[in-house]
Design a protein around this ligand. Structure first.
Ligand SMILES: [Zn+2]
Length: 605
């Protein structure tokens, strides 16, 4: 999560704006006389559900908490960020500083990695090498995966690192040592098989480990979260498998031993998620290389429900990522990611399976099914499909998956499949889908509230700004020519995310994409937009993409306003009011846009 996201996730727009303006409740939103222009009746509204504000009066402006503070305090983005970060108690880390801190952490991790590897070659680690042999890990894998050993006693890593001149503070920050209550440091990993975890750029970010004493707990222990280690942002063995993944697609297993065993037998497109559910960040990593992803699930009937939950979450990530894609590739077949699933026989994990019959792995993967079909099959096996109760249980479970597809066309396709398989009426399923969507929204709100309450894991409701970001990526990569003289040159107002607004402001000010003077906190976002793959190979495609994106952005903006306006009691009370007029105007303009967006003929792509 970026620092900006972190600040956002802790902010409440109502709280922020109430500290400047006296807000009154009005239905589900709040209103006030606009602080930015003179007026007698309020046309300034704050929408807590979308964390946004808007003046429907003379200013006709709106945005999020950042843009409000920028406008009210007349400051730049950076200062607004600092003000709001201070408000929620976050200290912004200077990027230069954090980069050099990260370098130190990678270096000390690498020193620890070398130490653990050396320890594996000592006489006292003979039993560890024997253990590896029993598990079928060969010498080449031990070298490739840099497997090591942490001695059980005497804090030897700590002593080694100190002797090499590393400070205690850094050793503790890398989580290689922990502090006792009386402030003394001790080795974090003791008596364990050590597996260095390298990130996308092959830097040693942290370690996985397995206890060698069967009675020791926990059996598996990873580096806790540090500034450079967050296992939800890493796929184990990806640093070795980029080319194979690009060529053959990615196979995702759960544990690092599974991945090691697969590579040992030549299946080097196998990477490990180090957890049950795929995270957004992991999916983004894979997507850089391939759209073809297979998950190899442990054959574990006892953990079925847990697996189902994790698949539901992975499915959600894929659907959101795919819907984000479509606006970029509006003119070509969208390269939707396909998630397939193959389940091992009961009681086996990929490590066991490959060890016992390495040659059977490709055939096993061949049997992978599209996730939706896999779930439908495995639920149908467990339910009594002859009884209405059984079928409705399957339907309701599957509808939770369909409910996460943002694209209505795709969602319809899945509904049709479900309706055919379960012999249930399509309209009935559609109504049930509506109920489930509302229920999921409630659950998400509940979760967000719970997360805000304990703050243990701040999980901001991810908002996607696919169209505005596609449009920015286009301008940054193909230049600003389309902005000159085009009838629908986007207004800064149309961007709902302040970060995007800030970059767009720089673009229209003619700043060079390479050296855009954005605040350092925005640099990573800018880099991501600049390196996004657009695949618009010729001018005709670019012209058309531009037209579609700018219209789509305007439409999204109008729709946002419509959603806001329709939630206001004032609009329904007086249909002649400027608010109601605006609602009408927006609807008319959307009709025009839809006509412009409609393809002239079915095969003109
Ligand atoms: Zn105003």
């Amino acid at each position: 999560m970026t620092q900006i996201d972190d600040v956002k996730s802790r902010l409440d727009i109502v709280e922020v704006i109430s500290s400047y303006v006296n807000l009154q409740r009005s239905g589900s939103s709040l209103k006030a006389n606009c602080p930015f222009h003179q007026e007698r009746t309020p046309s300034f509204f704050v929408f807590p559900d979308r964390q946004s504000w808007r003046c429907f009066g003379a200013c006709a402006e709106g945005g999020d908490a950042f843009s409000f503070v920028m406008k009210h305090e007349k400051v730049e983005f950076r200062e607004a960020l600092q003000t709001l970060a201070a408000r929620v108690g976050i200290t912004l880390v200077n990027n230069e500083e954090s980069r050099s801190n990260a370098r130190e952490l990678f270096e000390i991790n690498d020193a620890a990695r070398r130490f653990f590897q050396q320890m594996l070659d000592t006489e006292e680690a003979r039993f560890v090498r024997e253990y590896l042999e029993r598990r079928g890990v060969n010498e080449r894998s031990i070298q490739t995966f840099e497997i090591g050993y942490s001695p059980p006693r005497d804090n030897r890593l700590l002593a080694h690192l100190r002797q090499a001149g590393h400070h205690d503070e850094l050793i503790a920050r890398a989580a290689l040592a922990r502090e006792t209550e009386d402030g003394r440091l001790y080795d974090f990993f003791r008596g364990r098989l050590m597996i260095p975890i390298r990130d996308w750029e092959a830097r040693v970010a942290g370690f996985g480990s397995r206890a060698l004493d069967e009675n020791a707990t926990p059996k598996y222990l990873n580096t806790p979260r540090t500034p450079v280690f967050d296992k939800s942002r890493i796929l184990y063995a990806m640093n070795l498998g980029k080319e194979p993944v690009r060529q053959h697609g990615a196979v995702i297993v759960e544990g690092y031993m599974d991945a090691i065993m697969a590579h040992q037998h030549g299946y080097d497109n196998v990477v490990a998620s180090m957890g049950t559910a795929l995270t957004e960040r992991q999916v983004d990593l894979v997507r850089r290389l391939t759209t073809n992803v297979t998950m190899a699930l442990d054959g574990d009937p006892a953990g079925r429900n847990a697996t189902l939950r994790s698949l539901e979450s992975s499915w959600g990530v894929f659907q959101r990522r795919n819907s984000q894609n479509t606006s970029v590739s509006m003119l070509q077949q969208p390269d939707a990611m396909e998630l397939r699933v193959a389940e091992l026989p009961a009681g086996q994990d990929p490590d066991d399976f490959i060890r016992s019959d390495p040659g059977a792995w490709p055939a096993f993967l061949e049997r992978a099914q599209e996730l939706f079909d896999y779930l439908l099959d495995s639920l149908s096996e467990r339910a009594d499909m002859d009884s209405p109760d059984g079928r409705s249980w399957v339907a309701n479970t599957m509808l939770r998956f369909v409910a996460q597809i943002p694209d209505p066309l795709r969602s319809d396709l899945y509904l049709d499949r479900l309706s055919a398989r379960l012999a249930l009426n399509n309209d009935t399923l559609r109504r049930a889908l509506g109920d489930i969507k509302r229920q999921l929204a409630r659950e998400q709100r509940g979760q967000a509230a719970a997360a805000a309450a304990d703050e243990a894991t701040p999980q901001p409701a991810r908002e996607y700004h696919a169209v505005e970001e596609a449009l920015l990526a286009f301008l940054l990569q193909h230049g600003t020519e389309p902005l000159e003289g085009h009838e629908s040159t986007p207004s800064t107002e149309w961007f709902s995310r302040s970060e995007n607004r800030e970059i767009y402001r720089n673009v229209i000010a003619g700043e060079d994409a390479e050296q855009m003077p954005v605040p350092p906190e925005l640099q990573a976002h800018l880099d991501a937009l600049r390196s996004r793959e657009l695949r618009l190979s010729n001018q005709a495609k670019r012209d058309k993409a531009w037209l579609q994106m700018s219209l789509a952005l305007e439409k999204e903006h109008l729709n946002n306003e419509i959603r806001q306006l329709s939630s206001l009691p004032e609009v329904m009370e007086d249909l002649d009011s400027p608010l109601a007029q605006r609602l009408l105007h927006n609807n008319i303009r959307i009709g025009e846009i839809d006509r412009l967006l409609r393809p002239a003929s079915p095969n003109n792509t």
